[in-house]
Design a protein around this ligand. Structure first.
Ligand SMILES: C[S@@+](CC[C@H](N)C(=O)[O-])C[C@H]1O[C@@H](n2cnc3c(N)ncnc32)[C@H](O)[C@@H]1O
Length: 223
């Protein structure tokens, strides 16, 4: 496998321009499907962790701001953090005209640029499949650090126990071992995500599944 840990190198190369970035974020460049899928994510967040007009939101791995565009009008401030400067420049373009957003380029698997206890909701969607397990956990720990007491978190990944998840698993397994793309999708189980939440110290942890494909971790930072 190419070096999966080189997230920056991998994702700079995958986002050379807006079309390339869209392909690697969603697998297509269809505008209406793009907007529809952002609304689905918004509704899941609303239902699972709630969205308040006073919230400071942080998205880990925000890509082109697909979700930020529909969330920024609903919150006080939306912060999009990503490892790829190419993705962030597409986000800058996609989010033009929104005045309560901030884009942060990450240099490592860390939210170093984000102060402790400064965020009400941290979420991370369609990112964990591209990370090693250790780095998934690292971001759950970082979410705990940057959240205010009582703050909420949401993480998702493709659910290996679903039929779709098993298809993804088999597709990834089909790559020749010495030619696996660095960003190849790797699934999660609910037990894996629950373990991260518990070990990082979240309370009120819930593992839920939706869309016949996704498994999610939500929790709250203790007050
Ligand atoms: C499939 S895209 C999803 C983007 C966005 N969350 C969405 O749902 O539209 C995956 C994103 O994760 C980012 N990414 C990959 N590895 C990362 C890492 N280690 N830390 C932060 N972001 C990362 C990529 O640059 C890319 O923007």
């Amino acid at each position: 496998m190419k070096d999966r840990s080189d997230y920056k190198g991998t994702w700079e190369a995958l986002a050379p321009d807006e079309e390339g970035a869209r392909m690697f974020v969603a697998g297509h460049t269809d505008n209406s499907e793009w907007d529809r899928s952002a609304l689905v994510t918004r509704d899941i967040l609303k239902e699972y962790v709630g969205l308040e007009p006073t919230d400071v939101l942080l998205e880990i791995g925000c890509g082109m701001g697909r979700v930020g565009k529909v969330l920024s009008p609903l919150c006080q401030r939306w912060i999009g953090a990503d490892i790829s400067s190419g993705m962030l420049s597409c986000a800058h373009h996609h989010l033009q005209g929104l005045d309560n957003i901030e884009l942060v380029e990450l240099d490592d698997v860390s939210l170093r640029a984000v102060p402790d206890a400064s965020v009400d909701l941290v979420y991370c969607t369609v990112v964990f499949m591209h990370l090693y397990e250790w780095d998934r956990f690292r971001y759950v720990e970082e979410a705990m650090r940057v959240l205010k007491p009582g703050g909420r978190c949401y993480f998702d990944n493709v659910d290996i126990t679903s039929d779709h998840g098993w298809e993804v698993f088999q597709q990834s397994a089909g790559f020749p071992r010495d030619n696996r793309p660095a960003q190849i999708s790797m699934t999660s189980s609910g037990d894996e995500l629950e373990t991260y939440g518990r070990r990082a110290g979240f309370e009120g942890i819930q593992i839920r599944r939706w869309g016949g494909a996704w498994v999610t971790l939500t929790g709250r930072k203790p007050v």
